[in-house]
Design a protein around this ligand. Structure first.
Ligand code: PLP
Length: 409
């Protein structure tokens, strides 16, 4: 008699984006022919850098010739790319080894899978609000209790609540936790923790033999000094942190797919000496993963240096330009906004303490603009909405024009 993994029944999410889609579809039915403008989506819109496309085309031609064709590559990623990743990190003064890099098909799956190498009894700490996969993967992994719909949170997790007063940067918990998920620059708040704020977590993790899972998917959006691009800029982080990142938001790889995870040789935990966790992740990948696409890896390599890097940087600057338009527009309406300078996301406080879903409805009704209600990312987001800068410039301008003219706030 087969039974299901009942942990899936505990999952409360899968609510946010379907609910946005439902409300948007309903509005469209009531307003046929009127286009909706989307400022809610975390998906890239601008074309792949030319150098990346060239590299991928060359690789495809090699695959089309029996003398240069290759099949399965290494599960950990091709050596040339792992060596290039080492050089990429040297830019920020970080010394890593190729064997500490694990190339993957993206950061989301790594963020979901990484919990598999940790015991089921680990106490998990998650930022509130948070990118949902950190929460959901640990629910499925059996580390939570039931979902408490009144609180909008799961029993058994430790939530690191963030607020306006603290600039939406969490501080380490009072109690002892074992796994800590941090996303910096943050999705959804757009906040970016400085060196000292990240160091507080590194110090906590070392003192408590905890492990930090650090998602740096937006690190290329950091344009100001004083913010670490990688957790390994912080002294001691190799002993206590795994970093997960991606080419998706940096170089337009959301559809192409490529990411990486760094598990340092020095990383240790309560019952795992240095080297054990690196070995376990290697074991996990070799057992359950057959390597990332070789075409994607060629494109990613081209994005790391020279022309490909310049063109990728220009993509990031384009989205940051959109972010500025959104920020300035909302500020001119008198709204309080956060993020959008070292991040593609703008976290806007709702007017008059309005609920985030009510403000979502208002922007849809009056301005025909779709945003993401902050409450969907956790209770700390209840009075905020997330504006995303992913979109064509002219669409972002048009949407913001409508917000400025029609919001009536
Ligand atoms: C978009 C995003 C990613 C990227 O995921 P991929 O699977 O590499 O596309 C990772 N983390 C966060 C927080 C994101 O918003």
């Amino acid at each position: 008699m087969a039974t299901i993994n009942a942990n899936f029944n505990k999952l409360a999410s899968g609510y946010l984006f379907p609910e946005i889609a439902r409300r948007t579809a309903q509005w469209q039915k009531r307003n046929p022919g009127i286009p909706v403008m989307r400022l809610g989506i975390g998906n890239t819109t601008e074309p792949l850098p030319p150098a990346v496309r060239r590299a991928m085309k060359e690789k495809i031609d090699k695959l089309g010739d029996r003398t240069t064709y290759t099949g399965y590559g290494d599960e950990q990623g091709d050596t040339y790319l792992r060596e290039a990743m080492v050089k990429y990190y040297q830019r920020w003064g970080i010394a890593l080894e190729p064997t500490e890099f694990f190339i993957s098909d993206g950061a989301k799956s790594d963020a979901a899978n990484i919990q598999q190498i940790f015991g089921p009894d680990n106490i998990v700490a998650i930022q509130d609000p948070a990118y949902p996969v950190y929460v959901d993967s640990n629910v499925v992994g059996g580390r939570s209790g039931a979902y408490n719909s009144e609180r909008g949170q799961y029993d058994g997790f430790v939530y690191l609540s963030t607020s306006e007063e603290g600039g939406f940067i969490p501080t380490p918990p009072e109690e002892k936790v074992d796994l800590i998920y941090l996303c910096n620059p943050n999705n959804p708040t757009g906040a970016v923790a400085n060196h000292a704020q990240v160091k507080a977590f590194v110090d906590y993790a070392i003192a408590n033999k905890a492990v930090i899972i650090y998602d740096s998917a937006y690190s290329e959006y950091i344009t100001e000094e004083g913010f670490p691009r990688s957790i390994y800029e912080v002294e001691g982080a190799k002993r206590c942190a795994i970093e997960i990142s991606s080419f998706s938001k940096f170089s337009g790889f959301t559809g192409v797919r490529l990411g990486w995870t760094i598990v340092p040789h020095e990383l240790e935990c309560e019952d795992g000496a240095a080297g054990v966790l690196n070995g376990l992740w290697n074991r996990r990948q070799c057992t359950f993963f057959n390597g990332a696409s070789n075409v994607s890896q060629s494109g990613a390599y081209a994005a790391l240096f020279g022309k490909g890097y310049e063109e990728s940087r220009a993509l990031v600057e384009y989205y940051l330009g959109n972010a500025k338009i959104i920020r300035d527009g909302l500020t001119s309406l008198g709204l309080t906004v956060y993020g959008g300078t070292n991040s593609p996301y703008i976290w806007a406080k709702t007017p008059n303490n309005m609920d985030s879903w009510a403000f979502f409805d208002l922007l849809l009704e009056r301005c025909h603009v779709v945003v993401t209600p902050g409450g969907g990312f956790g209770p700390a987001g209840k009075h905020y909405v997330r504006f995303s800068s992913y979109g064509h410039r002219e669409d972002v301008e048009q949407a913001m024009k409508s917000v400025k003219e029609n919001a009536g706030i």
